[in-house]
Ligand binder design. Structure first.
Ligand code: NDP
Ligand code: 2IT
Length: 446
């Protein structure tokens, strides 16, 4: 088996060796999937995983725009259309200076598995640009979004490819992107998700990824006869996912002790309550400033510059910032400090060494493709509401989100249950693979 896996990886490596994040995401599924595929006659010998590792299409384009000083700026835009076996391409757009093809291919690859787990009919894609929205005026962000959409619009559509937000792309950016699409096509359609409520958005979509991550952590804990109530929670990030993960933890009676951003970690030993969280939301969403400004209002908190939260004592860790933000060393420290549950709000935040360590120590560990699937799941519900030309209430959407997270938990158990440990990663990988693979087999070699 080892040889089959290493032969497969060296074949993938030949085409993609210069894309480390993408190779990492592929490696992360092969140990689970290849033995499973080999054991199943219907999948063996059909090169299905190899086909899943090659994007169906990659679009790469120039994005020119003019800044407030009249200077002409050039960025690079992308859309990776990874797999459309079970539905139109679906996945977010990321605007961050680190964006490159490797990062977007890893995200698109993960998205295929994640979307499959939601049970909704969505294929996988991801896109974005190396544009940095930090320190840009609203006008600059708008002009960038309009220029980006002026190329992207010809490749997307409500039954073709439906982008949404990710790092650096929130409600403001989705608004500007939607406005330009509508203007170019003269069509009001559900071509993007994460829209504003008055123009086709779904209630709970902004909350969905963070809420869903906490629902999943709660499902894992409940299964072991535990709960989040009264537990201390370390959260990284202070963007969309982190904010609503924190809100749901507070609602469930847990104590949120950290949040962070790219400048460092905020530690509030008294707990970040609803009032303090709304100040963080103001600082990050409206003022668009650094998280350490929190100390001006709540001086008893501490700020650790350029540090992540993982050396602080907590029961539950929710990495909600970015890929590879939690190292092997961090995992050792978390385990040493008594952490017993890790649920990924971000995509691939735990490095492979950390994941291995969590499994070895039988820590409850949920991979992002399972635990952060609530965001894209509610995007799927937004698409359904757009098609129905109808909107569900907050409670209806929240209820559906909870049910979807419970079903993902069940799917993980089905294929991940070991003697005295649940390998949620393996469960998620196999369960997600089966649905996509069956659709690919049914549709022939295309
Ligand atoms: P936001 O842009 O709203 O927030 C990102 C947060 O992470 C910010 O606090 C940001 O700090 C921090 N961050 C970003 N890059 C780095 C870095 N290189 N080092 C340290 N901190 C960093 O994004 P989201 O909350 O939407 O996304 C967070 C994660 O969740 C990503 O991995 C994304 O792919 C994933 N995700 C998002 C979903 C969604 O619906 N939005 C759905 C599923 C997964 P700063 O403010 O200083 O930039
Ligand atoms: O990583 C993700 O799942 C997202 N950024 C959300 C994608 C979506 O289409 O809602």
């Amino acid at each position: 088996m080892k040889k089959i896996i290493s032969d497969f990886l060296s074949e993938i490596d030949k085409r993609n060796s210069h894309e480390p994040e993408f190779m990492q995401a592929v490696r992360e599924v092969t140990d689970d999937l290849i033995p499973y595929i080999v054991s199943q006659d219907i999948y063996h010998g059909k090169n299905i995983l190899m086909r899943m590792c090659e994007p169906e299409r990659v679009i790469m384009f120039r994005v020119n725009w003019v800044d407030d000083n009249g200077e002409i700026r050039v960025n690079r835009g992308y859309r990776v259309e990874m797999n459309s076996a079970i539905g139109p391409y679906k996945g977010g757009l990321r605007f961050h200076p680190s964006v490159n093809l490797s990062i977007l291919k890893f995200l698109a690859f993960e998205q295929v598995f994640k979307n499959s787990l939601t049970t909704l009919p969505m294929g996988g894609g991801k896109g974005g640009a190396d544009f940095d929205p930090k320190n840009k005026s609203d006008g600059e962000v708008m002009r960038f979004c309009q220029s980006f959409m002026t190329e992207l619009f010809r490749h997307i559509g409500p039954n073709k490819d439906i982008p949404a937000g990710d790092i650096g792309v929130g409600g403001r950016e989705i608004g500007y992107l939607f406005g330009q699409y509508k203007r170019l096509k003269n069509e009001f359609t559900g071509v993007l998700t994460g829209k504003g409520i008055s123009w086709g958005g779904s209630l709970i979509r902004p909350e969905a990824t963070g809420y869903g991550t906490v629902y999943f952590a709660e499902d894992m804990l409940n299964y072991e006869g535990k709960s989040t109530k009264g537990k201390s929670v370390a959260i990284s990030g202070s963007g969309n996912v982190a904010q609503y993960a924190a809100e749901k933890c507070i609602h469930l009676g847990a104590k949120v002790i950290t949040m962070s951003d790219s400048s460092g970690t905020l530690f509030d030993k008294d707990g970040i309550n609803e009032n303090k969280l709304s100040h963080i939301m103001y600082l990050k969403n409206e003022k668009r400033s650094r998280i350490h400004e929190y100390l001006k209002k709540f001086p008893s908190a501490e700020f650790f510059e350029n540090k992540n939260p993982w050396n602080l004592k907590c029961d539950i860790a929710l990495p909600c910032a970015t890929q590879n933000e939690l190292s092997y060393k961090d995992s050792k420290m978390l385990i040493k400090n008594g952490c017993f549950c890790v649920a990924e709000g971000a995509n691939m935040p735990c490095q492979p060494g950390a994941v291995k360590e969590f499994k070895l120590n039988k820590i409850l560990y949920a991979p992002g493709k399972a635990s952060n699937a609530g965001g894209v799941a509610v995007s799927g519900l937004e698409m359904a509401q757009n098609s129905l030309k109808y909107s569900w209430t907050r409670d209806e959407v929240d209820q559906k989100l909870k049910e979807i997270m419970i079903n993902i938990h069940k799917s993980c158990l089905e294929y991940g249950k070991q003697k005295n440990y649940i390998d949620y990663n393996k469960g998620a990988n196999i369960s997600a693979f089966i649905k996509v693979a069956d659709a690919m087999l049914a549709q022939g070699v295309v």
